[in-house]
Design a protein around this ligand. Structure first.
Ligand code: ADP
Ligand code: ZN
Length: 439
């Protein structure tokens, strides 16, 4: 029997004029829309005072005079203070999933929802999704934006949507098999778990399904995890980035070249700042992503601090799209933890672990403090076949992982190897770090 291969990539455009617009024209459009957004924002209770001294913006430097908007601003004020129109024009509210603290509410007009759906359609079309596809959306439907956000975009393309929602793995697999699902939207941690579950029930992730594409996002994951997922399922896995405050998924998305995510600059103006000094960094340097909505009616946000760390990729992309790319998100500024005085991001650990072929699909980071000393423990699931091996081989592997981690993060962790399926899993966003020092 012929082995399944990941399908070839399709290089078509959803909206070629916009996607390949000359840089000069993109900038002109952005300036125009920045002015629209600022004027619009001034209609809200929150921005009226804050932006009253901001006159017409003639260059991007002018924007730097306006203050940042922070997550705290959204939490401290009444949700309605951000609305720029009569409530009767608002048709939907979403809220953040609350990974970190209370909820923030985002309001949309009918036009906002239409523009968002078009943006998501642009992303899905870019990675080869078409009318013929059967799209199983394994993200929570409701206040969380992953469900409805992708749903409306896929519907615009005309795909057949299975609004499966989150969880119930057995049912998900049944749907995928019976309805011959060709594309899915899922978190990376749940996709890893799904692979584990499929293997446990004696099926093959690559041979027993019709899957071609997975849209994977909502939480950070490493390039090595992508490669692992693509090998297990023999499909194309694409990174999808977004946050509720900027609508949700569809803010930035990988193209078929899978080398960074195109951030849609007709809808968002991006700045990358040093989160400590609040100054804009040199293009190409890492920092916090700050976004301004350029088209949103109901609730424009000006210079919103996403808390997410990335950098701009300066080079042009081979796909022909002119919207600049950002690197895979490294994590949130507040994901960083400090062990023995060293700053560490979970994504650095994941990159190392998932690079080992013996490693299975899950891991966990535990930080504790004993007698005043920080202790970093990494629990790693190892594939069944390696786990059955010689104890000395396992010890070697344990040491290899430990040494490679030490080289990368500059702290020597304790590495514990555990069997597949033993660590806790979630169907939504994973909680990888348990910091017992904070409990
Ligand atoms: P919450 O902040 O409550 O999790 P959201 O559900 O809006 O709210 O999640 C948005 C956040 O999820 C982003 O700010 C980012 O930290 C993370 N995120 C979303 N997509 C990705 C991705 N592809 N890679 C890394 N992180 C992501
Ligand atoms: Zn591209």
């Amino acid at each position: 029997m012929k082995q399944k291969q990941a399908p070839l990539l399709n290089l078509d455009f959803w909206d070629k004029d916009i996607e390949t617009l000359e840089r000069k024209k993109i900038k002109e459009l952005q300036l125009e829309n920045l002015n629209y957004s600022i004027e619009r924002a001034k209609k809200s209770e929150f921005y009226r005072e804050r932006l009253k001294n901001i006159k017409k913006i003639k260059s991007f430097e002018d924007l730097e005079k306006s203050p940042f908007t922070t997550k705290e601003d959204l939490l401290k004020n009444s949700p309605f203070d951000f609305i720029t129109t009569d409530l009767k024009n608002i048709v939907r509210v979403h809220s953040s999933s609350g990974t970190t603290g209370r909820s923030k509410y985002i309001f949309h007009t009918k036009k906002d929802i239409e523009i968002w759906a078009d943006l998501v359609a642009r992303c899905l079309y870019m990675i080869g999704m078409r009318k013929e596809d059967i799209f199983q959306n394994m993200m929570s439907y409701g206040l969380f934006t992953g469900g409805l956000g992708l749903h409306y975009g896929a519907e615009k393309i005309g795909a057949l949507i299975i609004p499966a929602g989150i969880g119930n793995t057995e049912k998900q697999i049944e749907l995928m098999r019976e309805l011959k699902t060709t594309a899915i939207h899922i978190t990376p941690s749940y996709l890893l778990y799904l692979a584990h579950y499929i293997e446990e029930i004696g099926l093959s992730p690559s041979e027993d399904f019709n899957l071609k594409i997975a849209v994977v996002g909502a939480e950070p994951y490493s390039e090595n995890t992508r490669k692992k997922l693509e090998t297990i399922f023999k499909i194309n896995v694409f990174n999808c980035y977004g946050l509720s405050e900027m609508n949700g998924p569809g803010v930035a998305f990988e193209c078929p070249y899978k080398d960074g995510l195109h951030l849609w600059e007709d809808s968002y103006y991006m700045e990358i700042i040093n989160p400590k000094t609040n100054k804009i960094v040199e293009e190409g340097e890492e920092g916090e992503l700050v976004l301004t909505t350029l088209k949103r009616e109901g609730m424009p946000l000006i210079r919103y601090r996403t808390g997410d760390l990335t950098k701009i990729i300066k080079e042009k992309c081979n796909c022909g799209r002119t919207h600049r790319r950002i690197m895979r998100i490294k994590g949130r500024v507040d994901d960083m933890f400090i062990v023995k005085g060293v700053n560490i991001f979970p994504s650095q650990i994941e990159t190392v672990i998932m690079g080992f072929p013996e490693v299975d699909k899950n891991y966990q980071i535990i930080i504790d403090r004993k007698q005043g000393l920080d202790i970093l423990t990494i629990q790693v699931e190892i594939k069944k076949e390696f786990f059955k091996g010689e104890i000395n081989e396992l010890r070697n592997l344990q040491e290899k992982i430990r040494d490679e981690l030490k080289e990368k993060i500059l702290v020597t962790p304790i590495v514990e190897l555990v069997g597949p399926g033993t660590l806790p899993t979630t169907t939504g966003k994973a909680k990888r770090v348990i910091d017992k020092r904070r409990l």
